[in-house]
Ligand binder design. Structure first.
Ligand code: ADP
Ligand code: MG
Length: 335
C-alpha cells in the first residue's frame, strides 16, 4: 500500500526548498518564475527562471512573487508552487497522493497572506496543510531544544526578510521581522556602484559581489574584484575594480538594521529567559548568515555567543519537515 507523503515546504523569498520525510531535501530552487505576458503561461521556474533575470525579451518577465516576504502575487505564487510540486513528484518519484504538507510562512505575514499560502497548497491536492512560523521551523532545523522551557534565539537572515525569534516550550515568546535581508544588500551595492562609478550593474552581479567580497566587519583584510556593468554616460560596457571596504560601506546600513532588530528582541525578552541567552547565545541561519565576518561582528556588538546553524540554507526546510511530529504541540502554529 502506498503511504501518503509527508512534505515540508520552506517558502522562502529567495529560495524554495521541499523536504520529504523519507527522502530529505528533494528540491532547492530560487523562488523565481518566468511568465510570458502574451499568453500568461509559465515559461520557466526556479534556476532556469533565475538565469533569465535581466536577460529576457520584453514579453517574458521573471517574477519573484515572494520578494518582500509577502505574497505579492497570489496567482503566480500558486502556479510556481504547483510547478515545483509537479517537478518533485515526477523526478523524485515521490508520492504526491494526498500528501500532508507543512509550509513555513514568514512570521510577519498577515492572515490573508497565510490563507493564500494555505489555498495554493491545498489546491494541489494536499490532504492536510499546516502552517508553521519561520522562526520555529528554523530553530527545529538548527537542532535547538525548542520543546524545553529555555530561550532559543534564532536569527534568520533571508533574501527579503530577516526574522528574529525567541522560542521556548514549543512556542514563539517574542519575534520581530524586518523587510531587510540579502536583497536589500544587493540593492545597496547597485546604488553604491551607480553613484560612485556611474555604472549600472544587475542584481545577479551585485549578489555575486556580496558573496565574494562582502564583509560584515569594517576591519578585515581588504580584497578587490572586477565589476562589469553599463557605463551610464557612454552607454557602453565597462569594467572597474571595487574593493571590499567599499562593499562594506554599502552593506553597513542593512546590517545595522538587522542588528537593531536583534537588540530590541533581546531587550524585550522576559527576564527569566534573559539569563539563558547570556549562556547559550543566539543562532544565525539563512543565506545572509553566510556573509563573511558576520559571526564575529555580531558577537562583538551584542556581547553574547553567536553560533551558526548547521546547513544554513536548509535548516528551515528540515525544521518544517520535522515539525510534523510535533505539530500538535506548537502553540502558535497558525491556521
Ligand atoms: P529566503 O529564506 O528568504 O529564501 P535564503 O535563506 O535562501 O532566503 O537566503 C538567500 C539570501 O542569502 C540571498 O539574498 C543570498 O544573496 C544570500 N546569500 C547566500 N549566500 C551568501 C553568502 N555567501 N554571503 C552573503 N549572502 C549570501
Ligand atoms: Mg528562509
Amino acid at each position: 500500500m502506498l503511504s501518503t507523503a509527508e512534505i515540508g515546504i520552506d517558502l522562502g523569498t529567495a529560495n524554495i526548498l521541499i523536504y520529504s520525510k523519507s527522502k530529505g531535501i528533494v528540491l532547492n530552487e530560487p523562488s523565481v518564475v518566468a511568465i510570458d505576458l502574451n499568453t500568461k503561461n509559465v515559461v520557466a521556474v526556479g534556476s532556469e527562471a533565475k538565469e533569465m533575470v535581466g536577460k529576457t525579451p520584453q514579453n517574458i518577465v521573471p517574477i519573484r512573487p515572494l520578494k518582500d516576504g509577502v505574497i505579492a502575487d497570489y496567482d503566480v505564487t500558486a502556479q510556481m508552487l504547483k510547478e515545483f510540486l509537479k517537478k518533485v513528484s515526477k523526478k523524485m518519484g515521490l508520492s504526491m497522493r494526498k500528501p500532508t504538507v507543512v509550509v513555513c510562512t514568514p512570521s510577519g505575514s498577515t492572515t490573508v497572506e497565510r490563507r493564500a499560502i494555505h489555498n495554493a497548497v491545498s489546491s494541489y491536492g494536499a490532504k492536510h496543510v499546516h502552517l508553521i512560523e519561520e522562526p520555529v521551523a528554523a530553530a527545529i532545523g538548527a537542532d535547538l531544544p525548542v520543546d524545553e522551557p529555555i530561550a532559543n534565539v534564532i536569527v534568520d537572515i533571508g533574501g527579503g526578510t530577516s526574522e528574529v525569534g525567541i522560542i521556548s516550550f514549543g512556542g514563539v515568546v517574542s519575534c520581530n521581522s524586518i523587510r531587510t535581508g540579502g536583497d536589500k544588500m544587493d540593492e545597496e551595492i547597485i546604488n553604491y556602484i551607480r553613484k560612485n562609478y556611474n555604472i549600472m550593474i544587475g542584481e545577479r552581479t551585485a549578489e555575486n559581489i556580496k558573496m565574494e567580497i562582502g564583509h560584515a566587519n569594517e576591519n578585515h583584510t581588504e580584497e578587490s574584484t572586477e565589476v562589469r556593468g553599463r557605463d551610464m554616460v557612454s552607454g557602453l560596457p565597462k569594467t572597474v575594480s571595487v574593493s571590499s571596504k567599499e562593499v562594506y560601506s554599502a552593506l553597513k546600513e542593512s546590517l545595522e538594521q538587522i542588528l537593531e532588530t536583534i537588540r530590541s528582541t533581546l531587550e524585550n525578552c522576559p527576564p527569566e529567559l534573559s539569563g539563558d541567552i547570556v549562556d547559550r547565545g543566539i543562532v544565525l541561519t539563512g543565506g545572509g548568515s553566510m556573509l563573511n565576518g558576520i559571526q564575529d561582528w555580531l558577537s562583538d556588538e551584542i556581547i553574547v555567543p553567536v553560533h551558526i546553524a548547521p546547513n544554513q540554507l536548509e535548516s528551515v526546510a528540515i525544521g518544517t519537515g520535522r515539525s510534523l511530529k510535533m505539530i500538535s504541540k506548537l502553540q502558535k502554529a497558525a491556521k
